[in-house]
Design a protein around this ligand. Structure first.
Ligand SMILES: C[S@@+](CC[C@H](N)C(=O)[O-])C[C@H]1O[C@@H](n2cnc3c(N)ncnc32)[C@H](O)[C@@H]1O
Length: 180
């Protein structure tokens, strides 16, 4: 698995519990340091490598990974299409890619507060699907999963749980290199 924009490494920590091997990249040295601390066990076992770098110039050969994930990163990217093309390039021919992001409806809410929200990129579902197809994915579909159940299970305080109600705020792009 490849994670692009791994931040503090929380997703990696969960994903590695499945026994997979992973690589991760983030352009913040601080985030690379934190993700390295959080996942030191998997790194010591030789199951994880984390490097500093840019999402649109991935330092991996063609066809390296079977799956790729990106959560909460799309909005920050100056060249999202370039990043999608890079992810497509480093995936094998049956590779799959999921990207999670907040929709336009989250702009100005606690999920994407101002003034940061004005600097973020938001996309319509069909823009994301089209971008994935232009990047070389054979199929691409945006889903709108509810995160309420997961937020509750993760112990998000009661007063903040309302943020996770409904499905309009979440966009989960699921794309395959070859039709499944
Ligand atoms: C909101 S955080 C999300 C972190 C993590 N994926 C999560 O869901 O907890 C966005 C992350 O993307 C990284 N990032 C933003 N633009 C990037 C780029 N062009 N290349 C690599 N990493 C980037 C940031 O450094 C930050 O760690």
């Amino acid at each position: 698995m490849l994670e692009v924009g791994c931040g503090g490494g929380a997703f990696l920590h969960e994903a590695l519990k499945t026994g997979c091997r992973a690589s991760a990249i983030d352009h913040s040295n601080d985030m690379v340091r934190l993700a390295t601390q959080v996942n030191s066990g998997s790194i010591a076992e030789g199951r994880l490598k984390i490097v500093a770098g840019e999402a649109d110039t991935l330092p991996y050969p063609d066809g390296t990974f079977t799956c790729a994930v990106m959560t909460g990163v799309l909005g920050f990217l100056p060249d999202a299409l370039g990043t999608f093309k890079e992810i497509s390039r480093v995936l094998g021919c049956r590779g799959r890619f999921v990207a999670y992001t907040g929709s336009k409806s989250t702009r100005g809410t606690p999920a994407a507060p101002e003034p940061a929200a004005s600097r973020l990129h938001f996309y319509e579902d069909d823009e994301l699907e089209e971008m994935a197809r232009r990047a070389g994915f054979a199929t691409a579909k945006v889903e709108h999963p509810s995160l309420f159940e997961y937020a509750e299970k993760a112990g998000v305080p009661q007063q903040d749980l309302n943020l996770f109600k409904g499905t309009g705020g979440s966009q989960l792009l699921v794309a395959y290199k070859t039709r499944p």
